[in-house]
Design a protein around this ligand. Structure first.
Ligand code: ADP
Ligand code: MG
Length: 394
């Protein structure tokens, strides 16, 4: 399995330095994720097409005596202690992603004893690769194993989402935690965010690569605008319901139903709803493309997704648009779109393996010329979800 053994070895060493050698140290790899298509559809009960990747957060976890727990983030260079029987918010934001997991497990009726945890990773933070879900779901998985709680993966994903929603205070959908825990090697996960039914679609192509280009723009507008978009979608559903359609979410709305109430909703709300309906259709289209080995069809849908996010959902930014537009001049690029909440973060590009080098050079040059710096670019592989690490080096 592809893993960053230098980080996991460091995590294990630091754990032993801080807490002593313990035969019960559990090492867990918890990956970031990409999403091929289906953006802002998860909270509309719609469809997404994510997969875990070869960037991850690595944990060393072991039970401690009593109820006191210790967590150490090597990336933030800080530690925090708290009582697992009384998980309260910390003034260290990074710690709340872990303490929240203890709280949701406790609220779900599990007895969480004290534990020690050291962790670090190589998922870029705040770039849309879901480092937050990797932290939450990674600890949830580790505690489930170490404390023998007997929770299934789907339930762990739900609990991790609940923690981010209620303890950290971010209204994220279920996609990130689900992809983190349920992904499989060399496949993408088609997830129905309403029923949580899912299907694996193989994606094992040596001739194609996913490349992420990071705008370097931190999504300062993302949190507030995310909530605005959610409200706009809810306003759309309310208008359609007022018209007599018995629908709970945009996922259930047909184009005809939307058109029938077009005049009864704000024109902005109409645009948002149109995007969500079209994006859900694109996810289903992408599934068909993958099943038919039609990767240029998939790429075309990725470009259409970006166009919708730009002009109808209005969550892109000039840097994201520049990175996507620049691909038109580069040979061997099948598709490109912004990924994640928007207003910054990364673009996802589907590139022929032989064209990756020239892709990076050309994107780097354009971004340098227009924005003043070369963006970090990451090639990524599709990987399985969170798991314990076997045969870990000493
Ligand atoms: P992302 O798009 O990467 O999920 P978020 O803003 O949702 O960005 O979450 C980022 C937060 O998650 C960080 O500010 C930090 O609190 C936590 N986090 C992510 N990765 C790490 C890490 N390697 N170590 C400690 N905390 C982390
Ligand atoms: Mg996040």
């Amino acid at each position: 399995m592809e893993q960053n053994s230098s980080i996991s070895n460091l995590v294990r060493k630091e754990f032993i330095r801080l807490h002593g050698a313990n035969e019960k140290i559990l090492m867990v790899r918890s990956p970031g994720r990409i999403n091929l298509i289906g953006e802002h559809t998860d909270y509309n009960d719609g469809f997404v097409l994510p997969s875990a990747i070869d960037r991850a957060v690595y944990f060393a976890v072991a039970p401690a005596a009593g109820s006191e727990s210790s967590i150490t983030s090597l990336d933030f260079g800080e530690s925090h202690r708290f009582d697992s029987r009384n998980p309260v918010k910390s003034d260290k934001p990074w710690a709340n992603y872990l303490i929240g997991i203890v709280e949701v497990l406790t609220k779900a009726g599990h007895r969480v004893n004290g534990f020690n945890c050291v962790y670090a990773g190589d998922i870029p933070i705040g770039s849309g690769l879901s480092s937050s879900a990797a932290v939450e779901a990674g600890l949830a998985f580790a505690l489930n194993k170490t404390l023998d709680l007997g929770i299934e993966r789907v339930e762990l994903a739900r609990l991790a989402q609940k923690s981010e929603n209620e303890f950290v205070g971010v209204r994220c959908g279920i996609m990130d935690q689900f992809a983190n825990l349920l992904s499989r090697q060399e496949s993408v996960l088609l997830l129905d965010c309403r029923s949580l039914e899912y299907e694996y679609i193989p994606f094992a192509r040596e001739d194609l690569r996913f490349v992420l280009c990071d705008t370097g723009v931190k999504h300062s507008l993302a949190a507030s605008e995310y909530n605005v978009r959610r409200s706009e979608c809810e306003a759309g559903v309310a208008a359609i319901r007022n018209h007599g359609a018995n629908v709970k979410s945009l996922r259930e709305v047909t184009r005809e139903e939307l058109e029938l109430c077009r005049d009864e909703m704000d024109s902005v709300v109409y645009k948002r709803c149109s995007y969500v309906l079209e994006e859900n259709a694109r996810v289903k289209g992408a599934r068909n493309c993958l099943l038919q080995d039609d990767y240029s069809g998939l790429g075309t849908l990725m470009y259409a997704s970006h166009e919708g996010l730009k002009s109808k959902y209005e969550v892109t930014c000039p840097e994201l648009d520049l990175l996507v537009d620049a691909t038109a001049q580069i040979d061997g690029v099948l598709g490109a779109r912004m990924m994640g909440g928007g207003f910054g973060g990364c673009t996802l590009n589907l590139v022929q393996t032989g064209a990756v080098k020239e892709f990076k050079r050309a994107i780097g040059e354009t971004y340098l010329r227009k924005i003043g710096r070369v963006p970090p670019m990451y090639e990524c592989r599709l990987m399985p979800g969170t798991n314990r690490m076997n045969n870990h080096e000493e």
